[in-house]
Design a protein. Structure first.
Lengths: 248, 248
């Protein structure tokens, strides 16, 4: 937790919040804050700032805050993700949201086990919990939109073409035929602006699905001859869209 | 397991191997191979190829192999990693090795809990097991060198300067002061050739350590205003050194 996020329901006054849940426990037990200490805070969906601890009890905390800074800019990437198994789903969502993705489609695929759609992680409450934890890690306030598409074909046929039209649209494919490991990196081959990135399940989208996504406007993209896990390819691919690195 | 890796100790003949451990179980139960089926194989430290199943029992398998292809080229990155907690260590090593890193220094830092150095994961046997599993994922045969440096200062003073001299040398730092999120990506700001990348513990190297690493020749590098977890920053940073992506 690198920032304490709050909602309107936490407000005691327009510039004061009262917390008595796991955020209070974190402030009391992990940060070990004392009255007068300053903490980084943010309003969910709003600005970042600082808050001063004004009251501490055994299980609750009051803070007086001042919001001064905008949330960091979104990563200009829409993610289209075949539903992975629950443990991987949680990690992948955390990575994507921590890295600044604000729109995530989770879709079906032939290689997705049907039972995965029953995971409690896909309830709005759990998705919000995962999202907030990732924003607390990232120091961000803007929740992502997470959209479930449990039927692949109507999604790929009716919705993906419009999504792909607005962006550079890439299909990351582990067994891509286009692998050419000796080609040097060039700026023209690096996606640079806003993008749609589709990532298949372990084993990849099946050929029929690949063809549908290509017909919808996605171009296959390979990150070399090695086969990466979904939880590795997501930060690797998203990292290509961070608008730097900056060297000091 | 995207490839079956074998050693000289598995050889029955110069072109035949016999397996009776978890590789045999994987072939029998997961792949459900039958006599005559062809599997992707590789010799640890050597070439990749195909093998034909010639014998199957309840718990053992014999394969006749032919090695034809070189292992994929190494990722031209040396990783210098402050020891994370064991669970994260395993994930981070898996990511780095799957992505093709062949030299990894694991060093101490002020924010590393001393107890982490006692984890059984740091024994040569466990490190080899983690490495082989990552190579089996990646379809690679070349084991990485993993070097433990439990004392930060002598390592940073006596060894890092020589390591940094051979490469572009970067210190990835979560609270880097150089954050400038509106700077557009440029090729000159992207590391392009072989590199040394240092990644601190959760919370980052302390200022004294940062100064020592800068004195050793490392330049601070930030991937934007968001604070990423170590297991996210590793694939994100390594992805910058994959010599493509290739678009088909």
């Amino acid at each position: 937790m690198n920032i304490i996020l709050f909602n309107n329901s936490d407000l005691l006054n327009p510039d004061q919040i009262g917390l008595d849940d796991q955020r209070a426990r974190h402030i009391i037990r992990v940060i070990k804050a004392k009255i007068g200490d300053k903490l980084r805070v943010g309003r969910v969906g709003g600005q970042l700032g600082k808050a001063r601890v004004t009251e501490i009890s055994a299980s609750s905390v009051e803070l007086e805050f001042k919001l001064t800074d905008a949330a960091p800019p979104a990563l200009p990437v829409t993610l289209l993700l075949a539903l992975p198994r629950p443990k991987v789903l949680k990690r992948v969502l955390s990575s994507a949201i921590t890295m600044g993705v604000k729109k995530i489609f989770i879709c079906n695929s032939w290689r997705v086990e049907k039972g995965y759609w029953q995971t409690p992680l896909l309830t709005p409450e759990k998705l919000r919990e995962i999202s907030l934890a990732a924003l607390e890690q990232a120091v961000d306030t803007i929740l992502p939109e997470i959209i479930l598409k449990p039927r692949f074909r109507p999604f790929a046929e009716d919705e993906v073409p419009a999504l792909a039209q607005d962006h550079d649209a890439w299909l990351l494919h582990p067994y891509s035929v286009s692998v050419s490991p000796t080609t040097p990196a060039t700026t023209t081959s690096r996606p640079t602006d806003s993008a749609l990135i589709a990532i298949g399940p372990e084993g990849g989208f099946i050929p029929f699905e690949v063809e549908m996504l290509r017909a919808a406007g996605l171009r296959p993209l390979s990150f070399g001859p090695r086969i990466l896990r979904v939880e590795q390819i997501v930060p690797c691919a998203l990292g290509q869209f961070i608008r730097k690195p900056v060297i000091s």
